[in-house]
Design a protein around this ligand. Structure first.
Ligand code: SF4
Ligand code: SF4
Length: 171
């Protein structure tokens, strides 16, 4: 008898508590800016693709859900011919973003990726590449790394030092 009365009392008490139920999808949850959701490929401040198709993200991915193929344009700038992410395998660990030397690949707080067909979770480059710079504004990899000058080797361009032979750096 006591346990029944206690249950009724506790139930009554809960009618005055603040509700925790969120009316999703009408009411959107407030996620932190660093939440790891949908992955995008970004552009540099000049509007060019940041990805240089180095494959580091694919190598870092623990579930092998990134596939790409590298190619070059007429001035020798590398970019991915295709870039594919299988979100049905992705565990949103963020290792790909950590590995990327150009800030091209970035995770965003968008988590609404549910699909009825598993095949629809395979995103191609046209689904991944956005028009903006994402989280890292102003960074342009080629302004740091430079371009290859046609017909000249490393260190042969104007105002360029020859490469350092690290074996000569011994004391
Ligand atoms: S977030 Fe993790 S699992 Fe997903 S693509 Fe990047 S490295 Fe792979
Ligand atoms: S997204 Fe980044 S790490 Fe992946 S291939 Fe492109 S430049 Fe390399």
């Amino acid at each position: 008898m006591f346990s029944i009365l206690r249950s009724i009392w506790l139930t009554l008490l809960h009618t005055f508590y603040r509700r925790f139920t969120v009316q999703y999808p009408e009411e959107k949850p407030k996620l932190p800016a660093r939440y790891r959701g949908r992955i995008v490929l970004t552009r540099d401040p000049d509007g060019q693709e940041r990805c240089v198709a180095c494959n580091l993200c694919a190598a870092a991915c623990p579930v092998d859900c990134i596939a790409l193929e590298a190619t070059e344009d007429e001035i020798g700038r590398r970019y991915p011919k295709f870039f594919r992410i299988n979100f049905s395998r992705c565990i949103f660990c963020g290792y790909c973003e950590d590995a990327c030397p150009t800030y091209a690949i970035q995770l965003t707080p968008d988590f609404e990726l549910a699909e009825y067909e598993r095949q629809n979770l395979v995103y191609e480059k046209e689904h991944l590449l956005i028009d903006g710079q994402g989280k890292y504004h102003g960074y342009n990899f080629y302004r740091v790394a430079g371009y290859t000058v046609g017909g000249k080797g490393k260190g042969e361009a104007q105002h360029e030092d020859p490469p350092i032979d690290i074996r000569d750096l011994n004391p």
